[in-house]
Design a protein around this ligand. Structure first.
Ligand SMILES: *[C@@H]1O[C@H](CO)[C@@H](O)[C@H](O)[C@H]1NC(C)=O
Length: 367
């Protein structure tokens, strides 16, 4: 081997060692951090002729950002308080006399799922009404979304796009109401949002203003029934074990019976019905006959000192209270008369022997 050859080989070796584009490595190649964390990429020249100049650029050619700092000799790129806009590729570029070398590190941002449910509850829903519940989700990687009803693990059928899941709920009865949970899951974690659906008003509740009514034959009777519930209940009236009296008028919560007779006594039912069920309230009606009284004799003759016996008979609904009075308002002689009995006596105490006319009055409850 002559000197020339040796020189050529040396030159080739020297060229291999010294006259080379920079070759780079970066650590880590990829990083996944949470928002607010700090991350550094280390760029190292593994071979290539010195001197080498290092610089960093973003893959998307955007500026590095004000929270990005370069370390000694530009070898270390540090991102403090990472935010979403920092996500992406970072190119470490090395330049020497022979040319350039680049290597790219990638930053991805890990975001635990977050859930937002609209409308926020609690929601009052009328029976039969349908509501739409929206769940929007953020997070990286993109979480899966599902709706469940609290107390069950079965996923409900919802319409999902990338970041939202909307659920239609139709509340027909109390069991359909409850708390609905939107669950977002990724390997970064699980998040839940919930909304409570309450059945508004709901089950019908009937009540009557008076549960016991008394009337006298021939009178009119009005019954009042009030019903709460949602949807607004319909009210119907009926009579226990009998049809409603012929002369009745029913209008919503009001039932009017005209010209009642004794046969109209009994139990009346107010029935409030809506989609959720029915509720009954009862009115007890008692129809009394008006009492009328007769004395057996129109005229009685009595001598002074004799006992005078007058009898009063009355018809009507019991109990009947009897009262004797004297025509003209004169007082009854003391001790005379047992007002509570059907037979009443008075003593013909007057000495002038004149006839006294007495009226047998009557009273019955309801008059
Ligand atoms: C009240 O209404 C409900 C539903 O329509 C019915 O099932 C029930 O028998 C009714 N009650 C009376 C006493 O009519």
């Amino acid at each position: 081997m002559n000197v020339q050859t040796a020189a050529l080989i040396l030159s080739a070796v020297l060229h291999t060692v010294w006259g080379q584009n920079p070759v780079l490595s970066v650590r880590p190649r990829t990083a996944a951090v949470k928002l607010g964390e700090t991350v550094s990429f280390h760029c190292r020249v593994t071979s290539g002729s010195q001197p080498v100049q290092l610089e960093w650029k973003r893959s998307n050619n955007q500026p590095l950002g004000d929270n990005v700092k370069l370390g000694p000799d530009g070898a270390v790129l540090t991102i403090a308080n990472v935010r979403l806009s920092n996500q992406g590729g970072y190119r470490c570029i090395a330049t020497n006399a022979q040319g350039k070398g680049t290597i790219t590190a990638t930053l991805t941002i890990r975001q635990p799922p977050k859930v937002r449910v609209t409308p926020s509850g609690p929601l009052s829903v009328r029976a039969g009404e349908s509501v739409s519940l929206e769940c929007s989700v953020t997070g990286k990687p993109r979480p899966s979304i599902s709706w469940i009803k609290q107390g069950s693990e079965t996923a409900l059928v919802s319409t999902t796009t990338d970041a939202t899941a909307s659920l239609q709920v139709r509340v027909m009865s109390a069991e359909d109401a409850g708390t609905f949970v939107c669950r977002a899951q990724s390997r970064e974690g699980t998040a839940e949002g919930r909304v409570e659906l309450r059945l508004e008003g709901g089950f019908p509740q009937a009540s009557v203003t008076e549960t016991d009514l008394t009337a006298v034959e021939g009178q009119s009777v009005t019954m009042h029934c009030h019903a709460t519930g949602s949807p607004t209940p319909d009210i119907s009236w009926s009579k226990l074990r009998a049809p409603l009296p012929w002369q009745h008028r029913a209008s919503g919560g009001i039932l009017i019976l005209n010209n009642v007779g004794r046969q109209d006594s009994g139990q009346y039912i107010c029935n409030a019905t809506n989609a959720l069920g029915f509720s009954e309230a009862y009115v007890q009606l008692e129809v009394d006959s008006p009492p009328y009284a007769t004395t057996l004799t129109d005229e009685t003759v009595a001598r002074p000192g004799e006992a005078l016996r007058l009898q009063c008979l009355a018809h009507g609904t019991h109990p009947i209270r009897f009262r004797w009075t004297r025509v003209g308002g004169a007082s009854m002689s003391p001790g005379g008369g047992d007002h509570q009995r059907r037979r009443a006596e008075d003593r013909a105490a007057e000495s002038n022997g004149q006839r006294h006319v007495q009226v047998c009055g009557d009273q019955s409850r309801g008059l």
